[in-house]
Design a protein. Structure first.
Length: 267
């Protein structure tokens, strides 16, 4: 409805706002360049208070002004549907524009959350239906298996009661099985006892080995310490000998020098 000069028809514009407020299907309304002023902005504020399904309202390039702009902001505080309200070119302050933008973003996030919850709810309901269908199928299957088991039970009971020899044989086999079970349990207990003895002996052996290992480590440490001490002693002796050799060299050079001086003095 842009470029229709609706601002020149106050009564008709008011009726238009009332109609939009009662319409439950309209989600976008374009009122750009319609010469709307402060009074028309008040009608728009009343429209926003109705919380109609309107999501996008384009009011760019009109003359609504800051007074009506504040009324629109107040109305938006109670509106949960508008996601985008375009008001460029209407002389609104930056503060009002930012407030309107924040409210629209709040509504958009709210709608996104609602849509996400609807999708999750739809998914859960679908999962529930699938679970019910599966459970129903499993129930039918189990009932069929139960009925089959009942028939087999009746047949087995009939066979058991009509054949005493089978029953006696089964009892005999059961007694033999119980006897073998008792014998096997005794064998298992014997093996357990042997295992405990083995574990005990293993622990003793491990303890002895650990003691020997510790003693070996101690002897090794002592040998290493002795070697280090002897090496230090040897190094000290070497240093002392080197000092003695150097002193002897000095004495020899001094002695040679004296001999040379004596020879010179004789000539």
């Amino acid at each position: 409805m842009e470029w229709n000069s609706l601002g020149q028809c106050d009564q008709e514009f008011a009726e238009l706002c009332n109609a939009v407020g009662s319409n439950r299907n309209l989600i976008r309304l374009d009122l750009r360049n319609n010469q709307l002023s402060n009074g028309h902005g008040l009608h728009i504020a009343q429209l926003l208070l109705t919380n109609s399904p309107l999501k996008v309202l384009d009011l760019r390039w009109n003359r609504i002004g800051s007074v009506a702009g504040r009324e629109i902001v107040e109305a938006l505080k109670h509106n949960s549907t508008i996601e985008d309200l375009l008001l460029e070119g209407n002389g609104l302050s930056r503060e009002l524009v930012d407030s309107i933008k924040l409210i629209c973003e709040r509504n958009m996030r709210h709608h996104q959350t609602i849509n996400k919850n609807k999708q999750e709810t739809s998914f859960l309901l679908q999962q529930l239906d699938e679970t019910k269908t599966f459970a129903l199928g499993e129930t039918i299957k189990l009932e069929s298996q139960l009925e089959s088991g009942r028939r087999e039970k009746v047949e087995l009971e009939s066979n058991l009661w009509t054949s005493k020899e089978v029953l006696v044989e089964l009892r005999s086999k059961l007694e033999i099985a119980e006897s073998k079970l008792i014998e096997r349990n005794a064998q298992i207990e014997s093996v357990k006892d042997e295992l405990e003895i083995y574990k005990h002996e293993s622990r003793d052996i491990a303890s002895k080995l650990q003691i020997e290992l510790d003693e070996s480590k101690i002897r090794k440490n002592l040998d290493e310490k002795t070697f280090i001490d002897e090496r230090q002693t040897m190094n000290s002796k070497i240093v002392s000998l080197q000092s003695t050799v150097e002193a002897a060299d000095r004495d020899i050079r001094s002695f040679k020098s004296e001999i040379e001086n004596l020879n010179k003095s004789k000539h």
